[in-house]
Design a protein around this ligand. Structure first.
Ligand code: EPU
Length: 453
């Protein structure tokens, strides 16, 4: 057991009796990484907004709390999973109350644009989110400054004003950051004039946020070559939106099916958002079957291990349409079961392979490297970051006591424990609730033998 285990709170433990395949059906709902941003977008509307299929996860609770602190009335709608946002009384929030949320999520930084438009002022607490690298916000602040914002860094957070309002600008991101692209979208839709954003991120969640904003009356053109042009408008209305499904959660269960030699139907999963993942799944020997949505079904994807040996592969994480960095950790667990040497080159975050230590503790053979292995050189190659991994398989995974370091790594620990022979104790499972709705109920539905420690 790692020495960290001793200091963990004992109730935050899942006891996993592993070694049995997962079998059954679970459902994924709206994508965490869209839902939280669509909730922020609601602030921009003059009328009420309705967001459907919202998963009950910690990140949603945090954003809901922050909206409520700013006077937004958030209520549950008539439909299960529907949230209604009434923005008729948006007001400044108490800094101490905002700071209760310090360190809990990355989303508060996206409140800048909407709050500047509504109130002329935004206070942003220290950010949190998963500890997977430096996670700077320099692109966000640079873009906001170019649009006329004045950023004052105080000991408790960022104090942001726009003395002359926000105006359009031409801005090129040094890297296609998801968050910085969303920042520019949420600020530029109501800025004065036209904004041209170059080297923008074009993840499906961003396209869905653009769909939300267009419903609100925004004028946004997505050109080829990562160029997004936003014509500012003076008013926006509320929206009604059903988000894209969570492709990270879907891929996590798909990897769990493979690692445990199981068979999982992920209701709600959508092929269009998962093309790159599905290619890799096929290459390593996993099987899937797609059910398109029909008159009586939202559709989904069945993922299973067809028997025989899985094949090793080389993969490189990248911005869309590449292999998502959030698919990497669950997939690595499946790759511990593949014959041969698999290579993973993480090019989005500099420090997202630390979790492999716990997998080695469970019997995997994974070596991490500073070099850019198997792919083209990336930003981290010359900067001494352990960002490539070689996985030698297949390995028989054995139970162990492990501590979850972050959300996606946490789910990979859980998958490894489910695949391993014997009883594991997984510490820090509350972290998984940040992004996986009802995961314990879903595990039960898939026949997993788990209980709280
Ligand atoms: N970056 C900068 N400066 C910035 C912003 C980003 O250098 O101002 C760098 C980051 O350090 C990183 C890279 O750009 O190396 C990409 O970061 P990005 O801004 O794209 O990530 P993010 O918006 O903070 C979102 C998701 C992540 C997901 C990434 C990549 C949310 C809330 N988070 O993060 O999801 O991994 O995009 O797709 O949408 C998760 O769900 O567990 C998660 C971490």
């Amino acid at each position: 057991m790692s020495p960290h285990v001793e200091v963990c709170v004992t109730t935050d433990v899942l006891v996993v009796h592993g070694g049995a395949p997962l079998h059954g059906e679970i459902r994924v709902r709206g994508a965490k990484n869209l839902v939280s941003k669509a909730m922020v977008a609601a602030l921009l509307g003059d009328g009420p907004s309705h967001l459907y299929d919202v998963p009950l996860i910690r990140d949603v609770e945090i954003v809901r709390g922050l909206l409520e602190l700013h006077g937004v009335k958030v209520t549950d709608g008539a439909e299960h999973g529907e949230l209604v946002f009434d923005t008729s009384n948006v007001e400044r929030a108490n800094v101490d109350e905002i700071n209760v949320h310090a360190g809990s999520s990355r989303i508060p930084i996206l409140f800048c644009g909407p709050l500047l438009h509504k109130l002329g002022h935004a206070f942003i607490p220290d950010l949190g989110g998963c500890n997977i690298g430096g996670r700077p916000i320099d692109f966000h602040l640079q873009a906001l400054r170019e649009m006329g914002a004045v950023v004052d860094k105080t000991p408790s957070g960022l104090d942001i004003t726009a003395p002359n309002g926000l105006h359009g600008t031409k801005f090129e991101l040094p890297y296609p950051s998801v968050g910085a692209t969303e920042q520019v979208l949420l600020a530029a839709v109501r800025a004065h004039g036209v904004t041209e954003l170059r080297n923008a991120a074009v993840e499906p969640e961003i396209m869905d946020l653009i769909a939300v904003l267009q419903k609100m009356g925004a004028i946004i053109k997505v050109h080829t070559d990562r160029v997004i042009e936003i014509e500012g408008v003076s008013r926006l209305r509320g929206y009604k939106h059903r988000p894209i499904p969570d492709r990270i959660e879907a891929a996590s269960w798909a990897a769990a099916a493979l690692a445990t030699q199981g068979d999982v139907y992920v209701r709600g999963a959508r092929q269009a958002d998962m093309m790159t993942f599905l290619n890799t799944y096929t290459k390593i020997g996993g099987a899937f079957e797609i059910e398109d949505p029909g008159p009586n079904s939202i559709g989904g994807i069945r993922f299973w291990h067809p028997g025989g040996e899985l094949r090793a592969t080389a993969l490189e994480t990248d911005v869309h349409p590449g292999f998502m960095t959030d698919w990497q950790q669950p997939m690595v667990v499946a790759l511990t079961q593949a014959r041969g040497l698999s290579i993973v080159h993480e090019t989005v975050y500099e420090s997202r392979l630390g979790y492999t230590e716990a997998l080695n503790q469970m019997g995997a053979t994974i070596q991490v490297y500073r070099d850019c292995l198997g792919g083209t050189p990336c930003r981290f190659g010359r900067r001494n970051f352990m960002h490539s991994a070689v996985i030698a398989g297949p390995s028989k995974l054995m139970a162990a006591d492990v501590v979850i370091p972050d959300l996606r790594a946490g789910f990979s620990h859980l998958i490894a424990a489910l695949a391993a022979e014997g009883t594991s104790r997984v510490y820090g499972v509350e972290l998984i609730k940040r992004g996986y709705e009802d995961f314990e109920a879903k595990l039960a539905a898939l026949g997993a033998s788990v209980e709280r420690g």
